[in-house]
Design a protein around this ligand. Structure first.
Ligand SMILES: Cc1ncc(COP(=O)(O)O)c(C=O)c1O
Length: 392
């Protein structure tokens, strides 16, 4: 299949990791030669409950037997989407009570950006250096990396950038600003958490000038950092929450959540202010609902913190400078990009899946399924230490 994959399927990376996948279960992906690959990446933070979790599979099967796509978003009441939106509202502060379901993280960001413009009547958007919010043109406009977006200009006008965690930069948020979009924990930048009540201070500045705060929780969301969403640990409530990835238990999904009053802006003047054919798809929403219920009803969130401690205890080596991140959103920071490349490729050959972070070449991503066992963590960390030992 490799030749056909390279020839017929559009490629994004000049060096794809490449595996011919046969099937996947729990923390393992099996290739067509029968080799088991322990998954420390979880489809880039998407497979919260591991591969093919029975509760997610059952929800999908049950829903496909009832109905699949029946109508564009927002016209018919479909119970998986309604139930999901109701259950997630119960987990969130009162002001985040209305959910718009879309098909991906970047669409959640696009919807959020449109919404802040409609609510404030302003146009300026502020994002952070090294931020990643997706690859459509609006999300790319707020990407904090000029190299990656230069070739696609012109993008959205009226965008300014601030340095994450730099309080002096908050004065760039003014009466002209419609919205400030930040990742709660910067992902592609190298799993950088907010410090010194930074997010609270951003929100305060937004309130002073009448701007809105959007938090992108597409990576830390769904229990990965020990709470359902990362912001719940940082003394702040965003005006809009953008979510995706791990919410679907392996299915493609995203959503943005705001107050009912704010969301009304997409209903009128103009009507149909944000529309989508497949957003709220019943099968995807059923998988999301099953995933959310399992995260809430199990002890996976608390366990994510205990498993983080195990990773930190095991990942000690002279070539490891630090382990960044929270819960099961971790990045091993090594001496240089060569070490990171060596570890990722060596471990891949051994049967452990690791991955890069987009804007931080010294980082090795560890975002396993929340369901990963202690034995699997130990097995994977041994591979990592062996790979580090073999670096010269
Ligand atoms: C923080 C963040 N925002 C947005 C996105 C875009 O999500 P998607 O790839 O589902 O469009 C990603 C994807 O990696 C992400 O990490």
């Amino acid at each position: 299949m490799k030749d056909d994959f390279l020839k017929y399927q559009a490629q994004t990376s000049p060096h794809p990791l490449f595996m011919e996948v046969s099937h996947a279960k729990g923390s393992y992906i099996y290739d067509v030669d029968g080799k088991a690959h322990l998954d420390f990446v979880a489809g880039v933070s998407a497979c919260t409950l591991g591969h093919c979790h029975p509760k997610v599979m059952n929800a999908i099967k049950e829903q496909t037997e009832k109905y699949m796509h029946v109508m564009v978003y927002g016209e018919f009441a479909q119970s998986p989407a309604v139930e999901f939106s109701k259950l997630i509202a119960k987990q969130l502060p009162e002001s985040l009570n209305c959910t718009y379901l879309v098909n991906s993280g970047t669409e959640a960001v696009e919807g959020s950006l449109k919404l802040v413009k409609r609510i404030t009547g302003r146009t300026q958007l502020i994002a952070a250096n090294n931020a990643y919010h997706g690859n459509t043109q609006g999300s790319m406009s707020v990407m904090g990396n000029e190299n990656r977006k230069q070739a696609f200009r012109p993008l959205l006008p009226d965008i300014d950038f601030i340095e994450f965690n730099n309080e002096d930069d908050l004065l760039k948020i003014t009466e002209k600003t419609a919205g400030v979009l930040l990742e709660t924990i910067q992902g592609s930048a190298g799993f950088v958490p907010p410090q010194n009540d930074y997010l609270k201070k951003v929100k305060q500045r937004c309130e002073e000038v009448g701007a809105l705060l959007i938090l992108d929780e597409i990576q830390p969301g769904f229990g990965r950092t020990g709470t359902l969403f990362g912001f719940q640990q940082f003394n702040v409530v965003p005006d809009i929450l953008a979510i995706g990835k791990g919410m679907g238990g392996g299915m493609p999904v995203g959503a943005f959540i705001a107050s009912y009053e704010h969301m009304q802006k997409l209903t009128n003047a103009p009507k149909l202010g944000h529309i989508t054919t497949f957003g709220g798809h019943p099968v995807i929403a059923a998988a999301s609902l099953a995933t959310l219920k399992e995260v809430l009803e199990s002890n996976l969130m608390a366990e994510a913190l205990r498993k983080e401690a195990l990773f930190r205890e095991l990942l000690q080596h002279p070539l490891i400078e630090s382990v960044r991140g929270k819960g099961l959103m971790l990045a091993i920071m090594v001496k240089n990009a060569d070490v990171a490349n060596h570890v990722i490729l060596k471990c891949f050959n051994k049967g452990l899946i690791l991955f890069w972070l987009m804007f931080e070449p010294k980082a090795v991503r560890i975002t396993p399924p929340l369901t990963i066992s202690d034995e699997e963590i130990k097995e994977g960390c041994n591979y990592i230490l062996e790979a580090l030992n073999s670096f010269n």
